[in-house]
Design a protein around this ligand. Structure first.
Ligand SMILES: C[S@@+](CC[C@H](N)C(=O)[O-])C[C@H]1O[C@@H](n2cnc3c(N)ncnc32)[C@H](O)[C@@H]1O
Length: 206
């Protein structure tokens, strides 16, 4: 069971610059149009909560105890008009109790870099997503240029200090290998961020 107290405590401040430089706007663009029953994985401190509009329900998956405490507080403060539940499942290590196709959309923002076992995690996401439903992603990924060598060299350090985050993950390839159609997933540059986490992908995997 993870309990990254320091990561959780500094997370919102550490990402503030990127949020105001365009990350928050990108979250809104992708999340405000969602409807129905949404499942968000790795919800962290609840940064996406205020971006959802007219959902029927929202299920937030967050295994880290320290993150979950902050998440519960944010839910109470935002008090959304739809039902919100939180579960502590570690995707990839544990199966959820969710039934096949129970999500109209699944959301992952800056999470797939940290999931320890990405192959079973993506299989589980495919299982719970309804046929054709979007898996909405904003993820930082392995750089295409020489920065990827630095990313690979520094990933052991980053994993130790940043809650298991891999700097060099080819998440687009992982999605494609898991059977997702990635034609609606674009390359992006994470605004206001350090070069090591700047290469990103955004969009809808189906
Ligand atoms: C960098 S934070 C991102 C938080 C938030 N989604 C955001 O956009 O700011 C990554 C989160 O993913 C969670 N996480 C890591 N591995 C996970 C897994 N296997 N299943 C679900 N969540 C996971 C971590 O606990 C952490 O809260």
């Amino acid at each position: 069971v993870s309990n990254h107290r320091i990561c959780a405590a500094i997370y919102d401040r550490a990402t503030a610059r990127s949020e105001s430089a365009g990350l928050a706007a990108k979250r809104q663009e992708l999340l405000a149009p969602l409807r129905g029953n949404v499942i968000e994985i790795g919800a962290g401190t609840g940064t996406n909560l205020e971006q959802y509009r007219e959902l029927d329900s929202l299920l937030l998956i967050e295994p880290d105890i320290a993150m979950r405490k902050r998440l519960e507080r944010r839910i109470a403060a935002v008090n959304p008009a739809f039902e919100v539940k939180v579960v502590g499942t570690t995707l990839g290590d544990e199966l959820t109790t969710l039934s096949n196709g129970s999500a109209d959309s699944v959301v992952s923002t800056l999470v797939l870099c940290s999931v320890r076992r990405i192959v079973p995690a993506l299989d589980e996401i495919r299982r719970i997503l309804r046929d054709g439903g979007p898996f909405v992603v904003i993820e930082h990924v392995r750089a295409k240029g020489p920065a990827r060598f630095l990313q690979t060299g520094l990933t052991p350090v980053q994993r130790a200090i940043a809650g298991g985050c891999h700097l060099n993950r080819d998440t687009r390839a992982a999605l494609a290998n898991a059977g997702f159609d990635v034609s609606d997933v674009e390359d992006w540059s994470l605004p206001g961020s350090l070069p090591l986490v700047r290469s990103a992908i955004v969009g809808h995997a189906r």
